[in-house]
Every structure is written in C-alpha cells, then in structure tokens.
Design a protein around this ligand. Structure first.
Ligand SMILES: Nc1ncnc2c1ncn2[C@@H]1O[C@H](COP(=O)(O)OP(=O)(O)OP(=O)(O)O)[C@@H](O)[C@H]1O
Ligand SMILES: [Mg+2]
Length: 308
C-alpha cells in the first residue's frame, strides 16, 4: 500500500514457515483430514476433437493437503491441471472453491482464486535478478508510483535466507536467475507463490531434469507448502517422489479416476502394486476396480469390466 511501512505489513513478511504461535495452526487437524474442502471438482469431462480425455472426474483438495496425481502418459493429468488453472474449460462438470461453485474459469480468475502453477521452465525470467523475479507482476510501489526497489531487494534477501534456505554467499538478490540450478529456480517459484498468498500450488512434473540433490531440495519446498497451511497438487512420473510428499494419491487411468489412496494407510509397495495392476489390466475401463470406502480403504471391486 502506498505510504505504508512495509515492515508493518504482515503480507510482506516471509510466510512459508509455520507460525507456531497461531492458535488456529496449533489446533489444525493433520493434513488432509479436515472436513473443509479447498477445491472440489465434480463430474468433470473434457474431450479434444472427439477424444474423451477426462471422463467424469471428481476429486477434492483439502486445506494443508498435498495431493499426488499419478497416471501413465496421456492419462489426462496435465489436462486436469489446465482445467483447474483456467487454461481449458471443461465440457461438463463443476468447480468449487471453498464450497462455492465458481462458474467458468479463466487464467486470471483462477489466479485471483489463489491458484499458482510452478512449471520448471516457464517459472522465472532468466535475465532478471532474483528480486525482480520475486516481485514480477506485483511490484511494490510508493505513493507516487515509484518502484520501492530497495524494499524489494531487502525482502528478497529475507526470503532467500529464511524461506528458500539459500545459504551460499554467492547468491544475492541481484543474482541472475540464469545462474541458479533447476531446483533453486523452483524453490524461488514456490516461495514466490507462497509469499503472494497462493492457496493452491500446482506442480506438474517439477522434478523433470533435476539432479538428485535438487530434487531433494524441491521436495523440501513442497513440505513447506503444507507447513504454511496451503495446499498443493503434485504430479510426477516418479512414484517415490509422489509418495514421499503426498498425503493422498489419486490415480488417473485413461481419463478416469482409478482410485485414491491416503499414504497414511497405503505403503509405497501397495501403491506401486496398484499402479502396476492399473497399467497391466488392459480390460480396465471403469473406476470400479478400486473404490475408496468411507474409511479410505480401497476395496477390490468385481472383476474389471471387459470391453465388449
Ligand atoms: N490441446 C489439446 N488438443 C488435443 N489433444 C490434447 C490436448 N491436450 C491434451 N491432449 C490429449 O489429451 C490426452 C491427455 O493429455 P495430458 O497432457 O493431459 O496427459 P498427461 O497425463 O499429462 O500425460 P504426461 O504424463 O505424458 O504428461 C493425450 O492423449 C493428449 O494427446
Ligand atoms: Mg502431463
């Protein structure tokens, strides 16, 4: 706000760290178990040129939940994300934020509703310094509209130390993004999304091309999303990564939800077995093989339907 002291503005303080003093945080239920639903998709269908890419997809994302989305190439994961981010509009179905149907989404509206997407390549402007990347599109300006560059540099330095965990003396707010590793870039993108109060952060294949070390850093940033009380959808082909960060895993199979599996109740081996079965069962056509019960336990349903 023009004329206000940014040091007093709580929205400008790094907020990735959990606030232990906040009573709401202290009383918060474990991730994903709250009755609240931050985002809900109801019966979403989408086709491209007569090909049904998403078929009657319903799912919920809860506050403080990291939802993993697994599925083979072409299963419809990115299409689902593009519907949530307003890039594509569904042919059928409804989208609700905090229990309210939002009607047709476009990219700006999805952003206004608090959805941010972290893509590895497109996340940052290479030729600009870190501080400009953090405040890109939302610069701090003074009363007369001048950019408060020193303030933005100072806040960036704070975010780098406290939230991003950048300890190298080589990295300053003036460092160019071109000199950052892939993992560090994604860290910057996630911290930026959190700093600007995104409620839902979507990561589609964020570990692609990252080294082991960078991947670990990235997974750590994803943990930070939950710790900050926000929600995330995490897509990756690597089931180990998805399992390690997710509270719940939803498996998409050729445009349908094949089942959902809370990681508190399913071991990694069980989820791997389910994925193998989904991939191998060519006759599998419906979301009837695994149906989560109320308690979240998947029950094998009748034999998968054979295509006639
Ligand atoms: N804009 C589009 N026009 C036509 N077909 C599309 C379009 N976008 C996606 N598709 C098709 O929809 C299907 C699902 O694609 P999508 O990108 O959602 O899959 P995905 O699960 O993200 O796969 P991957 O794991 O390979 O990223 C694919 O068959 C794809 O070719
Ligand atoms: Mg994809």
């Amino acid at each position: 706000m023009p004329g206000e002291d940014p040091a007093q503005d709580p929205s400008l303080t790094p907020n990735i760290a959990p606030d232990a003093s906040a009573p709401a945080e202290a009383a918060a239920p474990p991730a994903g178990t709250s009755g609240d639903v931050r985002l809900e998709l109801r019966h979403i269908s989408k086709s491209f040129g007569g090909v049904n890419v998403l078929k009657d997809v319903s799912l919920q994302l809860r506050p403080r939940e990291v939802l993993g989305l697994l599925g083979d190439n072409g299963a419809g994961k990115s299409t689902l994300i593009k519907i949530i981010t307003g890039v594509h509009q569904p042919d059928k179905g409804e989208i609700l934020f905090d229990g309210q149907a939002v009607g047709a989404l476009d990219v700006q509206k999805a952003r206004d509703l608090g959805v941010e997407t972290v893509f590895q390549e497109r996340a940052l402007a290479e030729q600009l310094p870190l501080w400009r990347n953090i405040f890109m599109g939302r610069p701090l300006t003074g009363r007369l509209g001048f950019l408060r560059t020193n303030e933005m540099r100072r806040l960036t330095a704070g975010l780098m130390g406290e939230s991003m965990g950048f300890t190298s003396a080589m990295l300053t707010p003036e460092s160019h993004v071109a000199g950052l590793s892939g993992g560090e870039r994604q860290g910057v993108a996630i911290v930026r999304a959190l700093h600007f109060e995104a409620d839902i952060i979507i990561l589609d294949e964020p570990t692609m091309g990252l080294s082991l070390n960078e991947t670990e850093k990235l997974l750590h940033f994803v943990e930070g999303i939950r710790a900050a009380g926000r929600s995330a959808i995490f897509i990756d082909h690597n089931i180990f990564h998805v399992y390690s960060v997710s509270d719940r895993i939803v498996v998409l199979d050729r445009g349908r939800i094949a089942g959902e599996f809370p990681t508190s109740r399913y071991s990694l081996e069980e989820v791997m077995g389910i994925m193998r079965e989904v991939a191998a069962t060519s006759a599998y056509t419906e979301a009837e093989r695994y149906r989560p019960t109320e308690a979240g336990t998947a029950i094998p349903a009748a034999e998968p339907r054979r295509p006639s």
